[in-house]
Design a protein around this ligand. Structure first.
Ligand SMILES: Cc1cc2nc3c(=O)[nH]c(=O)nc-3n(C[C@H](O)[C@H](O)[C@H](O)COP(=O)(O)OP(=O)(O)OC[C@H]3O[C@@H](n4cnc5c(N)ncnc54)[C@H](O)[C@@H]3O)c2cc1C
Length: 439
């Protein structure tokens, strides 16, 4: 009988694993099944640019089915991992009916979700930047804020509407902030009642520096650049709570705002946490260096949801860069297991990290801890990420978006339909399926 390899998730780690398996499995040796709740993989490094309208929403996604030709794809939301019976239960994303798949080998690659650490008022109010939907909602929100601000005669309300606060000064927060500056100052000319001084963008970081964990020069450059472009950067002060009109920081300082963008942390998916698999203190699945789970034969975990020992007493970071390298090693280990061979530890030295600041500036950490800043780093950021996009078609679409952005102002359409039919169907949707909170 053919062995069955079941892969959960359709992101960087899952696709990299399945692609290697498709290439290396002998005919009839095993079948591969993938369950993911979306029928595409998302290229997250470009999400901040989607939220600012620089890149079209469709251009950062690639259909799973076009990347994998020998894998059976199931569009479903994983609900339960039963390691004792070796069965995974799911609900079909569109039909809503339940199904289950048995496995011989299970690859858990379900990524992460945002974590707001239970802070009062935060989870239900913040805008995340984690999924494609998040980026679309944020972009619409920015247009909505500008339309409302332009039409209000109340100066204080206009300023409150145009105060945006980003929480978290890691690379996602820094990139999102830089993109917001570009967007608001680029499209302001279309809103005659909005003054430059009405727009306030703040970035709040609880630690003492931006881009913690990267060489200090990168955080210092990002700080100076964002400040120069008008961003209010607050360091060493965390968020305490939020309400409908604003948020309060740990220091007691209050900021009046209607838009809080959260990029201050992630945690593993609740499905993973509820499973019987062993977890680290942070909630990730504890695996051994070859990415297998001790005590659960045939179970492997990878990507953001796994804590993979790095050989120095720590764990590899949760980045796409690592996830796409872990996939092929894990696939080789499954093949070794199927063929009675020896598995290998995952070993990888990071190529460095980059963060785009918008305005044709970026910071980049190069191999050997060297740092590049400004335009050369931005050029490197764009060239590198363009080359990492899957498929020529996506590369061309994104390159085209970037070229258009050089020549024309950004599109300010708010992508919502105001017809009564659309409004009533939105209300129906809301009644049947209220938009879930962020946690
Ligand atoms: C805005 C942003 C920018 C980033 N920029 C960078 C960068 O520049 N460089 C870098 O290296 N990393 C970056 N990252 C981090 C990177 O995206 C993650 O580390 C990477 O996506 C992890 O890969 P993964 O396969 O583990 O998870 P993901 O890519 O998140 O994939 C998880 C998959 O599981 C699916 N899934 C989740 N739950 C379920 C369920 N219950 N049922 C079915 N399917 C499910 C999801 O739909 C998805 O397909 C960024 C992240 C964000 C949010």
């Amino acid at each position: 009988m053919k062995a069955r390899i079941l892969i959960l998730g359709g992101g960087f780690a899952a696709i990299a694993t399945a692609q290697r398996l498709e290439r290396c499995l002998h005919p009839g040796e095993a079948e591969i099944i993938m369950i993911s709740r979306e029928n595409f993989s998302l290229f997250t490094p470009m999400l901040p640019e989607v939220s600012s309208g620089e890149i079209d929403v469709r251009h950062v996604v690639t259909p799973v089915r076009s990347q994998l030709r020998q894998t059976e794809f199931i569009l479903g939301e994983v609900r339960n991992i039963d390691c004792e019976r070796k069965i995974v239960k799911f609900v079909h994303t569109l039909r809503g009916d339940e199904g289950s798949v048995a496995y011989d080998h299970l690859v858990v690659a379900l990524g992460s979700v945002i974590s707001t650490y239970g802070l009062p008022g935060i989870a239900e109010r913040v805008f995340a930047l984690k999924t494609l939907e998040d980026a679309g909602i944020l972009r619409n929100r920015f247009m909505w804020l500008l339309e409302l601000a332009d039409s209000t005669p109340d100066d204080q309300e206009r300023r409150r509407l145009l105060t945006m606060v980003v929480i978290g000064g890691g690379f996602t927060g820094v990139e999102a902030t830089g993109e917001m500056v570009e967007l608001f100052f680029d499209v302001r000319k279309f809103f005659p009642n909005v003054r430059k001084s009405d727009i306030r963008i703040a970035l709040i970081e609880g630690g003492p520096a931006l881009l913690a964990g990267l060489p200090p020069k990168m955080g210092e450059y990002a700080l100076a650049n964002l400040k120069k472009r008008g961003v209010e950067v607050v360091l060493g002060d965390g968020v305490k709570c939020a309400d409908d009109d604003g948020l309060e920081l740990a220091s007691g300082r209050r900021i009046e705002t209607r838009t809080i963008v959260w990029s201050a942390g992630v945690r593993v998916s609740p499905i993973v946490q509820q499973s019987a698999l062993p977890h680290t203190k942070q909630g990730a699945i504890a695996v051994v260096p070859d990415m297998s789970v001790t005590g659960f034969p045939g179970v492997w975990a990878i990507g953001d949801c796994a804590a993979i020992p790095d050989g120095n007493g720590g764990f590899y970071p949760q980045t796409a860069q690592h996830a796409i390298r872990e996939g092929p090693v894990l696939a080789d280990n499954i093949l070794a297991d199927l063929r009675g061979g020896k598995t290998q530890a995952f070993k990888y030295t990071s190529l460095g990290m980059m963060a785009s600041l918008g305005g044709r500036k970026a910071v980049a950490e190069l191999p050997g801890k060297r740092v590049l800043t400004g335009f050369p780093a931005w050029f490197l950021w764009r060239s590198y990420y363009l080359s990492r996009l899957p498929g020529l078609e996506r590369k061309l679409r994104v390159a085209f978006d970037w070229t258009l952005e050089l020549l024309f102002p950004r599109d300010i359409s708010e992508l919502r339909v105001y017809s009564s039919r659309a409004q009533s169907s939105a209300a129906d949707d809301a009644g049947i399926r209220p938009r879930p909170g962020n946690e």
